[in-house]
Design a protein around this ligand. Structure first.
Ligand SMILES: Cc1cc2nc3c(=O)[nH]c(=O)nc-3n(C[C@H](O)[C@H](O)[C@H](O)COP(=O)(O)OP(=O)(O)OC[C@H]3O[C@@H](n4cnc5c(N)ncnc54)[C@H](O)[C@@H]3O)c2cc1C
Length: 387
């Protein structure tokens, strides 16, 4: 195993999502330079999904290491912790409201705003846009030669895959592949200002309506939209075979409404009132508890390491915790490969707990009587927390 002087080592981070940006920033705060290679032409985090709750022991811990915790607290939406749970008839099972001035452990922030915070403190030239990794070739001594779609190459001492669900680097470490999780979502948006009644129904945070192995999951974002995920238990091919013309939003909405024909008026209104943007997506996951044999000069963080369904609300939090754990390990160890191995051991432990939770939540939320079961789960967790 080679020992590399920290000031000389070349570190490449593939992917400028929340994980990659957090890693680069914490390394920077420890005087360690890294380069982030991002395939998009510019920051695209604002266009990718909505509000995220940032947990105290993971996402917020990483923001503290990045020197951004105070700024985060100043803009985070604590009222975004409101939570309402329904079945299809509109019967309400939970109605939790964050009190004014309350500072809970899981405040909300939009993905674009969070990544904007991280980007503003990164030194110029840390991030290179328009660099899509096409190949990484292992060399002697743990170094890797990286090839990008723009013809550029780089040879580095450590390459970190922060490149998400379909990581290009993962196959160098494991044969495991992201597989379809049995769920397909259709994302819709309701304009909050134009639909005050729907906002009143939704409250300031999340609504889960669960029944018949389906769901309407809605969340008020900081950008004035309610983001709605219609969620279907379905075969992987369903989007191709269901006949819904997703490129014709009016007709797509009409057909989607048919799937919720016996759901309450207020719940159907999430579809009826939505804008002409209908975004279908399949949900994928990696095997729960995935590990790989440590290799010199390469590792993974975030979704690249432990992609899971979104039902533990942990994805972005884990990506940021991984970033903090890896950066701190690199800063603490003389030998970079020992640092990476120490990070990997720790990450396997905490991420496998979240992956198990996420998988069992997915099964519960789309089973018979899901609203009753989810309420019972929350009651049990609240009771455990109170002890
Ligand atoms: C519908 C949905 C809802 C979700 N809701 C939540 C939630 O409420 N809370 C939560 O914590 N998590 C949620 N998640 C999960 C969360 O979005 C992810 O876990 C998180 O974004 C992972 O961060 P990351 O940095 O590892 O990867 P990503 O955010 O996926 O970033 C990867 C980056 O790598 C870049 N990239 C990819 N390939 C290459 C390449 N070859 N070369 C260069 N760059 C590349 C991409 O462009 C991207 O910028 C949700 C996910 C989905 C699908």
């Amino acid at each position: 195993m080679t020992t590399i002087n920290k000031t000389q080592k070349q570190i490449a981070i593939i992917g400028g999502g929340p994980g990659g940006l957090t890693l680069a920033l914490i390394l920077q705060r420890h005087g360690i330079k890294a380069t982030v290679y991002e395939r998009e032409a510019q920051d695209a985090n604002g266009q990718r999904g909505g509000s995220l709750d940032i947990h105290e022991d993971s996402g917020q811990m990483a923001l503290k290491e990045a020197g951004l915790l105070e700024q985060f607290h100043a803009i985070a939406r604590y009222e975004g912790e409101d939570f309402r749970l329904f079945d299809k008839s509109g019967k309400i099972y939970m109605d939790e409201r964050a009190e004014a001035g309350e500072t809970g452990g899981r405040p909300e922030i939009d993905r674009g705003t969070l990544c904007g915070l991280l980007l503003q403190d990164l030194l110029p030239d840390t991030i290179r846009y328009g660099y899509k990794l096409t190949e990484a070739i292992p060399l002697e001594g743990g170094r890797h030669e990286l090839h990008f779609d723009n013809g550029e190459t780089a040879t580095v001492d450590l390459v970190i895959g922060a490149d998400g669900a379909f990581s290009k680097l993962r196959p160098l470490l494991t044969d495991a592949k992201a597989s379809y999780a049995g769920l397909t979502m259709v994302e819709l948006h309701v304009d909050a200002e134009a639909n005050p009644e729907q906002v009143a129904f939704n409250a300031r945070g999340k609504v889960f309506a669960l029944d018949d192995h389906k769901g309407i999951l809605a969340q008020l974002n900081g950008d004035g939209k309610i983001k709605v995920y219609l969620t279907f238990t379905a075969e992987q091919s369903w989007l191709d075979t269901c006949g819904i013309p997703f490129d014709q939003p009016k007709e797509a909405k009409r057909q989607l409404l048919d799937y919720f024909g016996d759901w309450s008026e207020e719940l159907q209104n999430y579809i009826r009132l939505s804008e002409e943007l209908v975004l279908p997506r399949r949900i994928y996951m990696l095997p729960v508890g995935l590990k790989w044999e440590h290799k010199s000069g390469i590792t993974l963080i975030g979704d690249a390491a432990h992609l899971m369904s979104p039902f533990a609300g942990e994805g972005v939090n884990l990506a940021m915790r991984d970033a903090a754990e890896l950066a701190l390990a690199i800063a603490d160890h003389e030998d970079m490969n020992q640092a990476v191995a120490a990070y990997e051991r720790k990450m396997y432990d905490y991420s496998s707990h979240s992956a198990k939770d996420s998988d069992s939540n997915l099964k519960l939320m789309f089973s018979e009587n899901a609203a009753v079961k989810l309420k019972a789960l929350f009651d049990r967790l609240h009771a455990e927390f109170a002890q």
